[in-house]
Structures are given as C-alpha cells and as structure tokens.
Design a protein around this ligand. Structure first.
Ligand SMILES: Cc1ncc(COP(=O)(O)O)c(C=O)c1O
Length: 479
C-alpha cells in the first residue's frame, strides 16, 4: 500500500486474458459488524484508500494513476458544487423522468403470498428514460466528463443498457462515444446494439477472453490506459478501482432516496425487505443505500444462479466466490484454486460477471445484506408472472430480484417486500422468444402458464416455472 495515496499500485489485469486475480482465502468473520456499518453510514468508508473494510482499493497501473486521482478530485469538487448537483437533479427530472414511481403489485402479491396478505411493491426504474437505472449513472458521469474537459467518452456494456444510456447521455451533451461489448452479448442483446448506433455511438464487439462483460471491461480499461488524459471512461457498475464504486453508487443513490420516501408515503411504513438484482451491483447499491440505516429492513441481493452450482454454471459471486482482485479492486471473485477467474453463465448478460462491487462484498461480510443465487428458470418464471399478472415485461436482470422476492414471501407470507424493478424487458425479446419457442415445440410457446398465474402456485427456493429450464439454457449463457 502506498502510504501517500493510500492506494495500491499494480496491474489492472489489462493484458493477457485481462485478469489480475490475487489468491485469497476466506476472510475471517467480521469482529464488529455494528462498528463497521457505522463507518459506512458516517461516511468514513470508503476511506482514503478507497476501501470498505477489507474490500475496495485501487489496483491500477502507473499509467492510469494520474487519471484516477484527477477523477477522484474532480468528483469531490463536483459534488461540493451546488450548481453541479442541481444540474444532475434537474436533468434527472426533465430528461430521465425522475422520480420514477413506486406501486403495489396487487396481483403478484395475491399470487405469491399464498393468501397470507403479503405485498410486493415495485420501484419502477424500468420507466426511466432508455429503460433502466443505468441512465442515472451515465448522465451523472457524462456531466462529470464535460466538467473534466475530456474530448471523448468510452464505456463497456453487458446487456447493452449501460451502453445505450451512455450513448444517449453523450448525444445530449455532444460528446463522442465508443462502447465496448463482448461478442456474445452483441449477439444476445442485438436490439440494444442497434439503439447505441442510432444514438451515435461506435460499438466495438470484443472477441477476446470470455466475450462477455468481463472482456468488455478489460478492453475499455486497455483503451483508457492508451489515452487517459483526453478520455473519460464511464464505468457502468459499482465495480473497478476507487473512485468508481463511490461515483456510481452516488449517482444511483437517487433510487434508494426516492424509494424510501415513496414507500413511507404509499404504505405508511417501511417494507420488511428490499430486494435488488446484483451484477456488478449498481442498482442494488443505490437502492440499498436508502435503507442501510433502517435495521428492520432486510436487504437482499439476487445473484445469477445460472443453471447450477458447479464451476462455470452461474455468476453468483458472493455465494461461491473468494476474495481476489479484478478490474482494479479487491472484492469477492469467482476464481479457481490457481486464482484464475472462472467462466460464468447466466441467461442474462447484465448479471454475467465473475466479480462484484466491493461495497456489496463489505455488506455481506458485516451481515447487513444477504445475497442468494437465483437460477435462470426461476427468473423466467417470475418474469412470466409479472407479465401476465401486472402487465409489465421486466428485464431478465430484475426478474432475478422478483424471483427472490417470491422466495422471501414464501418465508414471510404476510410481509411487504419492495423490489427494485431496475429495467424493462424489451431488450431481451430475442432471448425470450428463443426460450418460449424451446419450451413449446408447436411454436405457440408463449401461451404456457406462469407459476403463480395459472394456478401453479408459487415455487420454492430452488424451483422454476415448468419447462423453462431447458429454454433458459438454450436462450443464453452459451459461449
Ligand atoms: C436492466 C439491468 N439491470 C441490472 C443490471 C446489472 O447491473 P448492476 O448490477 O450494475 O445494476 C444490468 C446490467 O446491464 C441491466 O441492464
């Protein structure tokens, strides 16, 4: 650790497979969870080294150090500048459509609580401009890029939502934009690739590595190393080296702030649980931050359980990972015995990542949030129920959160669970059409019945809607 800057200097893993995993054993349990949470709530974390307890930090090559320090300074100055903060909020209202609503999903509540009277409440980030929460961070960072005076923006994307959001924000602010996307994701999220191009961005299909989100982040960092002075890298999740997890969380915290006061207004009290899906963790961390100080609210993260618990069958980083370094930050990581990053698998491009933001690793370590894997089939079942019962087509990512909410209601049938519905499912149409076709050989697959809707009843923890398991495998996760 560098005493002066309080940060580690080292390889980002931008070359040769793109990964710098550090072998890490299991961490000792946290000795003082309440004290650690207090440090987070008081703003002592992230500390000067960008750490949340044992997680976080800045493991980047010397060539990026100047840019990272400049970004850290510029971000702190921007957040202390009332005019900047007001402009983010004003554009949030006018251009993104904030605040997004909160609603009680009455039909899902009835179907999933099994007569227990429990409630599912949805925070409708799917109604944000461009269709997902990603726009909150993209707009904030694009405004920051303009303040930095850079000449162009680069970004990575998995499901394409962050790419679309960044392309849109750059179009609005007149910034040239290039988006790196794994070739597997280019194929499975085709509608979003076209949208990015229409919005004026250049989309680069990354053929190296696992050709999904991890490879796209590798490539974006590689490009940033080439020209850090004139380029800003709009990282799309709460991952990476300090200050990215802090920046992304700050711009996404609007979700939790709104959701908390809207829930109080709508329900007259806070929910018992708040659930969000976790890829890198940006929607979840922004959402959770609204409730961190409310000890009575259980915080639950849904990780991608893919098709099983074996190596390479999922992307459930906190459930199955160990501490290690990926993309400049020390967090939980799916790695083998030699520290090589494991392949991941999920029907859902946005959750298909072997790392996770350091603040989630921290929240899990201190026990403030709990993370559970949700398999493809279970997420598809929840998606179907949400379509049929609420008239909302959610993205595959928050369908994992919905499935976890259903599981939670199975355990707490009279409870109230607030779900961050962080994106809409239009981008997933190609995958969903393949999944539905695969489950119904007559070609009329979409008329099957959802778990809760057609009298099938809620399924248990490891379950899923009948017949979609094979479809899930066919639709995504293939390399
Ligand atoms: C709609 C949607 N939700 C969730 C995610 C996962 O990202 P994060 O964990 O950063 O919120 C993505 C990523 O692309 C997404 O598109």
């Amino acid at each position: 650790m560098s005493a002066a800057a309080g940060v580690e200097r080292g390889g980002l893993g931008a070359g040769g497979g793109g990964v710098a995993a550090m072998l890490g054993g299991a961490l000792p349990p946290c000795a003082d969870p309440a004290g650690e949470l207090g440090k987070l709530l008081s703003g002592a974390y992230p500390d000067a080294g960008g750490r949340f307890g044992p997680f976080g930090g800045r493991f980047v090559p010397e060539t990026l150090m100047g840019a990272m320090e400049r970004l850290e300074r510029a971000f702190a100055e921007a957040m202390a500048d009332a005019a900047f903060v007001q402009s983010v909020a004003a554009q949030g209202r006018a251009w993104i459509g904030r605040p997004t609503p909160v609603m009680v999903a009455e039909n899902l509540s009835r179907a999933w609580s099994g007569g227990g009277g429990g409630r599912v409440v949805l925070k409708r980030e799917d109604l944000a401009h461009t269709g997902a929460h990603k726009i909150n961070n993209a707009l904030g960072q694009a405004l920051l890029a303009r303040r930095l005076g850079v000449e162009r923006v680069i970004a990575e994307t998995g499901a394409g939502q962050h790419g679309v959001a960044t392309a849109a924000a750059c179009a609005r602010l007149g910034l040239p934009c290039r988006v790196y996307m794994g070739a597997v994701d280019v194929a499975r999220q085709a509608p979003n690739v076209q949208r990015m191009r229409w919005l004026g961005a250049e989309v680069v299909a990354v053929q190296s590595g696992d050709r999904t989100l991890r490879a796209a982040v590798d490539e974006a960092f590689r490009e940033w190393v080439r020209d850090p002075e004139r380029t800003h890298y709009i990282l799309g999740s709460a991952i990476g080296a300090h200050p990215f997890p802090l920046i992304v969380r700050t711009f996404q915290s609007v979700i939790g702030r709104e959701a908390r006061s809207q829930a109080l207004e709508l329900l007259g009290r806070l929910p018992e649980a708040a659930v969000a899906c976790v890829g890198g963790g940006s929607n979840a961390i922004g959402f959770f931050h609204g409730f961190l100080g409310d000890g009575q609210v259980e915080l639950l993260g849904a990780e991608a359980g893919g098709v099983g618990v074996g190596v390479g069958q999922h992307a459930a980083t906190i459930a199955f990972g160990r501490p290690g370094v990926l993309h400049g930050c020390h967090s939980m990581l799916l790695q083998d015995a030699h520290g090589q990053v494991q392949d991941t698998r999920s029907i859902c491009a946005g959750l298909d990542y072997p790392g996770v933001g350091p603040e989630h690793a921290f929240l899990s370590w201190i026990g403030r949030a709990r993370y559970e894997p949700v398999q493809d089939a279970e997420a598809l079942g929840a998606l179907e129920d949400c379509c049929r019962l609420e008239g909302i087509l959610p993205a595959l990512e928050p369908s994992h959160a919905l499935a976890l909410a259903r599981r939670w209601l199975g355990r707490n049938p009279s409870g109230t669970v607030l779900v961050n519905l962080c994106g809409r499912g239009d981008k997933d149409m190609p995958i969903l059409m393949r999944a539905m076709e695969a489950r119904a050989p007559d070609g009329h697959g979409a008329d099957g019945h959802g778990a809760g809707a057609g009298g099938g009843g809620p399924v248990g923890a490891g379950g899923g809607t009948v017949g979609v398991g094979g479809a899930a495998s066919a639709g995504g996760g293939q390399r």
